[in-house]
Every structure is written in C-alpha cells, then in structure tokens.
Write a protein that binds this ligand. Structure first.
Ligand code: 5AD
Ligand code: SF4
Length: 440
C-alpha cells in the first residue's frame, strides 16, 4: 500500500519516441493534480519509461529501480515505482516478480496510468500491457509548455520484422494516427511555443492515412504559420516514396537531414537480417535523395557482429560508409534479444571480435562526421537555439543539418538566429551571429 502520490518524476530511456511518451505521461499526471519534480529520489511516484532494444538498456532498468529505492530510502521515502515502455511490454508480470514494482504499463496503454496509480495506492495489482485498436492519443490532455524543438508521434509500431529486433513485439503492428489529429496537435505545439517539429515513428515514412503519405503531412505542416522547421525520423529505406524524396526539393521548411538506417553493407547479412533491401538499392536511393537536395546531411544506424558476420562482410560495411560519407551515425554491437529469430541463429560472434569491429566502424564514422563539420566552416545558416551551454552567455542550437552549434552572444532560447559557422569540432561547430533581415 502506498499513499496516493503528490509528486512525480518521469525518467525516459532510449529513443525519441520514448521522450515523447514520457512527456505525455508527465502531462497526464499533471492533469491529475500531481506536481512534477526534477529530483528522482524525492518523488512520491517514479515513472521509468524503459527501452528494450539492447540487453544493456534492459539491465539498466533493474539497476535503476534498486538505486531509486536505496537513495529515496536514505531520505526517508518509499516511492511508488511505475515501469512503462518497452521493457514493461516485453516482461510484464516478470518485472513485478523480480523487482516488486507497483505499476507496469505498456507503450500502447499509458493513457490508463492515472487509474493504475490509483489502483496501486489501494494495494491492488496494476498491470496493463494491452495493445488496444483504439489508440491512446485521443485520451491524452492537450499540450501546454513545449520546447522550441518538439516531438510529435505520428506512427507507431513495425511490420518489418528484422530478425534482430524486438520492436515489432514491444510496440506492435504499424499504426498511423489520423491526418487531422496530427495537424491539430502540430498547431497546438506551435501555439505552445514550438518552432520546429520532428515527426516521429518507428517507421515514420510508412505513415499513411486514406491514400495520403508522409509528404502530404509535411506539406500540411509547411503551411502552419509560426512553424519554421520540419524533420522526421526514423525511416526505412523501402518506404522512401518518390513524393517524400521530392519534398526535400520543394518544401522550404523541411530540413536537409535524413536518418536512414542501413545496419550492414553486406548483402548476405542484410538478407539474414530480413532487411528486404540491398546494399546497392540503398546507395541508389541515397543518390536520388542527394539529387533532390544536394546539401542533405545523412545519418544511419549500424549493427556490427550480427550472427555469421565475417571479416569480408564487415569490410563491405566499411566500404559502404566510405561511399556514403555520413554526417553522423549510430553504431551498436549486436545484442541477442529473447524471442527474436537472430537470437538462436548459429555462429554468434565473439564479444572481442564485436568490440574490435565496432572500434573500426566508429573510427570511420567519426572521421566522416569531423569532415562534414569541417566542410561547413564558412557556411551561413539559421540556428534554432534550444538550451544554455556550460560557458557564461553560451547558447546551443541546431543547424539545418542537425549539427550542434555553440554560440556566444545576445539571444534567447527559442530564437532562430542567422549564424556564420567559424570553427568545427568532432561533435559540434562554433557559430557567430550575423545580421539578417528575415529568417525562415
Ligand atoms: N542489437 C543491436 N542493435 C540493435 N538495434 C535494434 N535491435 C538491435 C539489437 N538486437 C539497433 C538498430 C536500430 C536501432 C534503433 O537499434 O541499429 O536501427
Ligand atoms: Fe526494428 Fe527493423 Fe522495424 Fe526498424 S524496421 S523497428 S530495426 S524491425
């Protein structure tokens, strides 16, 4: 039994969709009259919005639960703990057994969080991992305070079933939110202060509604006064429709950035991963994207050490990286996930081989990121300021190509300022204010 909580803290792990979900859970609890606190050890209710994508992400949840109990206990607290997100969906009752948490709620059921918290306060079981056909979004309160760069989930789930991935099991089948609901939410975000909106989905470019594709949605957002920038992530190569590629040529507010995971450069491994695209198909697609928007910054995801990956397969990945020249990218060691086909494949790769390949891949990706940043010195661009930096008077924002831009000078968070890029580092660039009459 817990007394009904008065304060809460939401901690989100993993992807940007979890950040969005975490914010919405916070709004939901605030609408119930609870107060948010930044101090995770002082809250009456701690909501851990978890990630199941790799083993280490899952382990972190259990160590976090232990730490919160211990540190809160030192302060005389005994918080109610709610586990939300993909670990909740995948492990369900197992979390209650293993970590004695009070509430377990899956990513498609969190609109029921207030009810589950009330049940837990009465000492009743509080677990909901349903995936209702009726989406949760209609049950969530309106957006109020939002950052200059806001997320908006438009699509959830995945039907692709890559053989290494838990997402189709934890987030369920691909479902798109309706066009009108998304446009309304985008307008509400802009009214609440957003200047940039990133459309989110596990397969965001698979979004559709009654014959409309993601480019139609982007065109509708382009018409919202007060919105300056549009982004979208994460895309699958097979859903990169002609209309979306063309949007990069024609839609002024669509930023020149594309995150398009490839995972491997070897056709043999891509097949074993069930990626259903080839190395060449991916490269040709990027040629078309670059033709539409020559300055586009490209990003990707990579997995090293997938079962059966030979040195020759890995060399193909390195040569693909050389061919593309990514502006930034994410790379991971393969992590077997329970219930996925790859977890039981023969020829799992030894950890030291994975470590060594990851190091070589990251060296190549870091080299290309530094080169991309160096090549942007001398460019002039708009920067959306998002937060304060560590130095006095320093502000940090994003370039159109999603680089972090550090800037000194007289401006405020939320401003879109004209900047000249004067210096490049490995992970960020330095900007100087330029005066410009108008900005978009
Ligand atoms: N092991 C390692 N990386 C994985 N990813 C997804 N599943 C796994 C796994 N089992 C990576 C992919 C994906 C990103 C979100 O996480 O690169 O694009
Ligand atoms: Fe996972 Fe593949 Fe779906 Fe991406 S496309 S979420 S990697 S199954």
């Amino acid at each position: 039994m817990n007394a009904p909580p008065k304060t809460f803290h939401v901690k989100s792990f993993g992807c940007q969709m979890n950040v969005y979900d975490g914010d919405r859970m916070g709004e939901l609890m605030a609408a119930q009259g609870l107060t948010a606190t930044d101090d995770q050890f002082a809250a009456d209710l701690v909501i851990l919005n978890t990630c199941h994508i790799r083993e280490r992400a899952t382990d972190k949840v259990y160590s976090d639960i232990g730490r919160i109990r211990k540190e809160s206990g030192k302060l005389g607290g005994n918080p109610m703990i709610a586990v939300a997100g993909c670990v909740a969906q995948a492990e369900g009752q197992e979390i209650v057994r293993r970590a004695k948490v009070d509430v377990v709620v899956g990513p498609q059921a969190y609109h029921n969080l207030p009810d589950l918290v009330a049940r837990a306060s009465r000492g009743e079981a509080a677990l909901d991992t349903d995936m209702p056909v009726d989406m949760k979004f209609g049950y969530l309160p309106a957006r109020r305070r939002v950052p200059p760069s806001a997320f908006l989930t438009v699509q959830e789930g995945c039907d692709k079933f890559c053989t290494y991935c838990v997402v189709p099991y934890t987030r369920g089948a691909e479902v798109s939110r309706p066009f009108a609901a998304i446009v309304d939410e985008a307008k509400a975000l802009v009214d609440a202060g957003a200047k940039e909106i990133t459309l989110l989905g596990q397969n965001v470019n698979a979004w559709d509604d009654d014959g409309k594709g993601l480019h139609d949605l982007i065109a509708a957002l382009d018409r919202i006064t007060g919105l300056a920038r549009i982004r979208y992530t994460t895309s699958h190569p097979n859903d990169m429709a002609d209309g979306l590629i063309a949007a990069h040529r024609y839609v002024g507010k669509l930023m020149p950035f594309l995150h398009l995971p490839v995972q491997s450069g070897s056709d043999r491994i891509l097949k074993a991963m069930n990626r259903s695209h080839s190395r060449d198909g991916y490269l040709r697609l990027l040629d078309r994207v670059r033709e539409a928007r020559p300055d586009i910054a490209l990003s990707g995801d990579f997995i090293v050490g997938f079962p059966g990956e030979t040195e020759a397969d890995f060399a193909e990945t390195l040569s693909l990286v050389d061919a593309v020249g990514y502006a930034q990218a994410y790379s991971f060691k393969y992590s077997p996930r329970p219930g996925t086909p790859a977890a039981t494949m023969a020829d799992q790769i030894a950890p030291d081989v994975m470590d060594e390949r990851l190091q070589r891949l990251q060296a190549a990706l870091n080299r290309d990121q530094a080169a991309f940043n160096a090549a942007s010195v001398g460019r002039r661009c708009a920067v959306l300021l998002e937060r304060k930096g560590k130095l006095e008077g320093q502000l940090i924002g994003k370039s159109p190509w999603l680089q972090s831009v550090h800037l000194l000078g007289d401006a405020a968070i939320g401003d879109l300022v004209e900047v000249g890029i004067v210096e490049a580092g490995a992970n960020s660039v330095m900007g100087e204010r330029r005066n410009a009459p108008s900005l978009t």
